[in-house]
Design a binder for this molecule. Structure first.
Ligand SMILES: [Zn+2]
Ligand SMILES: [Zn+2]
Length: 400
């Protein structure tokens, strides 16, 4: 038997929409950044209080983990994640509930994720008699570069009871409102920050043989990196290396001692990422050595690639089609090159990361101000679909 009637589930989500919008606006108005979000955490705890969930909070971050046990017996456990943090940037939306905190904005929609997840918790708590197994609601700080998901992992978010699958939604104004998009395999890239220092020996520009000029060696490294990308990396598992900053020298007649390079590496598989990093190291070290110099390469790893479990991604699209019709979901043709720390959870458990279109009324998805824009706004009514989607993924997963 189907675990729910679609129209009833959508009606329940619709009924929860006003409260979800109110919670989203409340969080939007007072954005908090990083791992410590006390005000946001308090708002989430208040929203969950009437639901009779088993709630725990993080120790080294202001996370909230809430477990809902289905009353129809034991079963699997699925984790639903919503992130809660904002970005260090000004807001220029002119909304009546715009940020009251200078230099801080919910420009990635995490306010909406939190509100939708709280709505789904209420929807599922009302239906706890209809399902077996558990739903874990993961409210996560520190997605925007603070490795919040990894910290929650270390604090046991997948344990006790053991989590069998994980799912997350992310809004985007650059897709039609209410529509779900995802794909099997890589859906977001990994990013690494690259820093290279080439050290030679300074001297007079007129007598380079008495010095050791790092300038042409740095240039050789820059071009050799592009050769490495096209010759050593699988064409069908692409990486991008861009050297975007070159610094060296002070005037026209002095050979500098050092040249520094900075850039970024983007990749969509752990394999090609590791190959590219090893290749950079090899090129930097050996080209410098060939010219009797030393070079230093450091890389600051960002989040790993977000890789959807193929079966779970298909399941996600099936559920979305069931809820929202043929045009209510689409398979993305390629990954987006941003990064997300949900990758840490997907590296541990099967699951999927999916987008929810929230393009504002009257705008076109390709032109709407996207995530991380100071003018980003969303169609809040799409949150109904977000609530329904979170809930349906849990109910369908636990029923199978
Ligand atoms: Zn973001
Ligand atoms: Zn985000």
């Amino acid at each position: 038997m189907a675990p729910y009637v679609v129209d009833e589930l959508l009606a329940s989500a619709e009924a929860l929409l006003p409260d979800a919008i109110a919670l989203r606006r409340k969080i939007h108005q007072y954005p908090e950044q990083g791992l410590q979000l006390p005000r946001t955490q308090a708002a989430v705890l208040e929203a969950l209080r009437p639901l009779d969930l088993e709630v725990t909070t993080g120790t080294s971050l202001t996370s909230v983990t809430a477990d809902l046990r289905g009353a129809a017996g034991a079963g699997k456990t699925i984790l639903l994640r919503g992130d809660m943090d904002a970005l260090p940037m000004p807001e220029d939306t002119g909304l009546e509930f715009a940020s009251e905190v200078a230099g801080s904005m919910h420009a990635c929609g995490h306010d909406a994720h939190t509100a939708m997840l709280a709505g789904a918790a209420r929807l599922l708590a009302d239906r706890r008699n209809t399902f077996a197994g558990n739903v874990r609601f993961m409210f996560q700080p520190g997605e925007e570069g603070y490795f919040g998901a990894r910290v929650m992992l270390e604090e046991g978010v997948l344990d006790d009871p053991n989590v069998d699958a994980v799912f997350a939604l992310h809004i985007t104004p650059n897709a039609p409102t209410g529509v779900i998009g995802t794909k099997p395999g890589p859906i977001m890239a990994a990013a690494n920050v690259l820093r290279i220092t080439v050290t030679g020996m300074g001297g007079h520009a007129s007598s380079p043989y008495l010095a050791n000029d790092p300038m042409p060696v740095a240039a050789e490294i820059i071009t050799a990196l592009q050769v490495m990308v096209t010759r050593r990396i699988n064409t069908f598992d692409p990486v991008v290396i861009s050297i975007t900053k070159v610094r060296g020298g002070t005037t026209n007649n002095v050979i500098p001692e050092t040249v520094t390079l900075e850039g970024t590496l983007r990749s969509v598989s752990e394999k090609s990422r590791m190959q590219a990093l090893a290749g950079i190291e090899r090129i930097v070290t050996n080209i410098a050595a060939a010219h009797e110099m030393i070079a230093d390469f450091t890389n600051a790893p960002g989040y790993p690639v977000v890789v959807n479990n193929a079966e779970f991604a298909t399941f996600t699209l099936d559920v979305a089609h069931k809820l929202f019709g043929d045009r209510g979901a689409f398979e993305m043709p390629a990954p987006v090159m941003g990064a997300e720390d949900f990758s840490y959870l997907l590296n541990e458990r099967p699951g999927a990361f999916a987008y929810l279109g929230v393009c504002p009324a009257g705008e076109s998805p390709s032109k709407a101000h996207g995530c991380h824009s100071n003018r980003m706004t969303i169609d809040e009514t799409a949150m109904r679909n977000g609530i329904a989607m979170y809930a349906a993924i849990a109910l369908d997963y636990l029923a199978n």
